[in-house]
Ligand binder design. Structure first.
Ligand SMILES: O=C(O)[C@H](O)[C@@H](O)[C@H](O)[C@H](O)COP(=O)(O)O
Length: 250
């Protein structure tokens, strides 16, 4: 059973998302000195800014210095490139924090060769796997209009990523969403995580939300994740994205 929360107001969505993240943070800090969380790219980063930085009631509750931040997926580009998920998170969230706040952020090593060569890309993925903790407290995820999440794409061509059981981080090549080369968490990382949380907003997500929640098309990585790890999976969605969803059973 997946927990789905549907919002009509954006501020309500981001506030509740922030409450959820802070709750996961507090639970983790009761057991460990750090909160280990991973983030994805795309519109999620903007929602994170809204709930963790701009929301004045939540911002003081975020214990940034106790966060260990990882990336659920990353595009293989220099960290200063506009397409870099780390670069976007730095620009849109980290750079907006008071300068005294130091956050431990574990990003892809862009000093490794970014020459597009298969061996280089596999090495970038393997090196990132080395710095991942055994398990994350929370994995924050987006959902593309084709039902992908992280850089786990639907379709036969990308099945190798969903079938991966040994590597925890894999090189995704020929990504249908540019840029074409990426590194991504594989299912074993999601399996070990304490909680998974998707955020999906906007009308571009209407058809895919119907496929995920009504049709439950298991060819979609997001449906597979709901099925395999539903007990620890939450979705924060808005009315627009959920306009075509009929089911009440998740
Ligand atoms: O690096 C990436 O491309 C992302 O991690 C990707 O998985 C993203 O989360 C989804 O494509 C949703 O993106 P939007 O929310 O922008 O549609």
């Amino acid at each position: 059973m997946v927990a789905v929360r549907v919002f009509s107001e954006r501020t309500a969505l981001t506030h509740q998302l922030g409450e959820f993240i802070v709750r996961k943070q507090d639970e983790a800090l009761l057991k460990n000195p750090y909160f280990k969380v991973s983030i994805s790219g795309g519109s999620l980063i903007n929602a994170l800014y809204d709930c963790l930085v701009a929301d004045k009631t939540l911002a003081p509750k975020v214990e940034w210095t106790k966060w260990q931040v990882y990336f659920s997926d990353e595009r293989i580009v220099p960290l200063t490139h506009n397409d870099s998920n780390y670069g976007t998170f730095k620009k849109d969230v980290l750079d907006k924090l008071p300068s005294a706040v130091q956050v431990s952020v574990h990003h892809m090593d862009d000093s490794l060769p970014l020459d597009g060569d298969a061996q280089s890309n596999n090495k970038i993925a393997a090196e990132y796997e080395q710095i991942l903790p055994e398990s994350l407290d929370l994995v924050l995820l987006g959902c593309g209009p084709d039902g992908h999440t992280c850089s786990l794409f639907p379709g036969e061509k990308h099945q190798y990523l969903l079938r991966e059981t040994t590597k925890r981080v894999a090189w995704c090549h020929d990504s249908p969403k540019p840029p074409s080369d990426r590194i991504t968490f594989t299912l074993p990382v999601l399996k070990e995580a304490g909680a998974l949380c998707f955020v999906a907003e906007g009308s571009s997500k209407q058809d895919i939300m119907h496929d995920i929640f009504d049709l439950k098309n298991e060819q979609l990585p997001t449906v597979l994740i709901n099925k395999l790890y539903g007990g620890k999976t939450s979705w924060f969605v808005n009315d627009e994205a959920f306009a075509k969803v009929q089911t009440q059973t998740f």
